[in-house]
Design a protein around this ligand. Sequence first.
Ligand code: NAD
Length: 380
Amino acid sequence: MDKDNTIFFDKIRPMRDEIDRIDSEILLLLARRQAQVEKVVALKKAHNMPVYHPAREEDLISRLRSQATQAGMNPDYLEDLYRVILRQSRIKQTRKMALKGLRPEAKVLVVGGAGQMGAMFVRLFSRSGYEVRVLDREDWDRAPEFCKDIDLALISVPIEKTCEVANAVAPLLPPDAVMADLTSVKQAPVADMCQAHKGPVIGLHPLFGPTTDSLDKQIVVTCDGRDSDACQWVVEQLNLWGAVIVPATAGEHDAVMEIVQALRHFATFCFGDFLCQRHAPLERTLEFSSPIYRLELGMVGRLFAQDPGLYAEIIFATPERRALLKEYIQSLSRHLDMLDRNDKSGFIDQFNRVAEWFGPFSEQAMRESTFIINKLIERF
Ligand code: NAD
């Protein structure tokens, strides 16, 4: 080693030692932070308060962003770091809360509890100390015994079976038991449940699938049927498990879901189907691709990795949905004329009209999609 190198290493060693010391301090501070968070969780648990406090998290992030700017650091970098820290601590908190039952003495019946979503809710309620009974297709001869003293009957059967099952189970339930369902449409099932059962009724739509391992920040839409006060403990239990509750009328839920689920999934199906018909060289397109194409293709590929029956159920659920999808295809074919006429200025005019309609959302969309794209670039 020549003299120059020796001087270099003599200088850099204490600098590296200092970085190592700082890293150890960061680690200790994170551990102290976690210990403090656990005290908050214990208090929340004692008071049955939900884990996720959106306003507090956003306040914290904006305060840290402005502190980062003042300290000459990139606020996005600090936000990224803190989102990871907050998520980690939320998941830990949620796991602890998952064990907490709001009314552990209550008895829960899951009709269709052998199915995917049903089994997930059986796990959730059981883990929180509830007595859970499962009534699936083969168990109807024991239904009276299973329905005895039940506080919540949760129906988790295919959409088209919900009405029939609600009618079959209702006469066996105590009159004050809550009847709820998990179906992805809400108007008909909530009306059917109200018709079948004269006690409290609430429609639930979990906007997540059965493979979700934590309810942290997962959305559940709730639609009041009857006697919402008597149903409140069910909603609070979901909230305690980490779910974000979005109340809506059944009509509003179904109208929004036509767009969020039926139109979205159908348009994705059409795009994937077209690529398939054209025998598009997927691997090669990815090699040539911009991150936005990778992201788009990721969404399409994701659809085809899942259960076709579930998507068929969602897309074909109601006549209104099918009418909307026909309208969508008719609207696409209108653009054929534009292509036939080579009408670039018509395209630009229409583009501007749509951009104006999107308004301030476009900015949010740019910010959020840029964030996801940057994450993709980091990984692939
Ligand atoms: P699934 O097919 O896995 O489960 C349905 C269960 O219902 C099965 O165990 C089946 O045996 C049972 N069943 C059918 N007929 C019955 C009857 N007459 N009596 C008793 N049990 C009966 O379906 P899933 O994916 O768990 O969906 C269940 C419900 O959850 C559906 O209404 C669906 O819309 C809703 N949902 C599903 C998801 C999802 O991602 N899978 C998400 C949100 C909501």
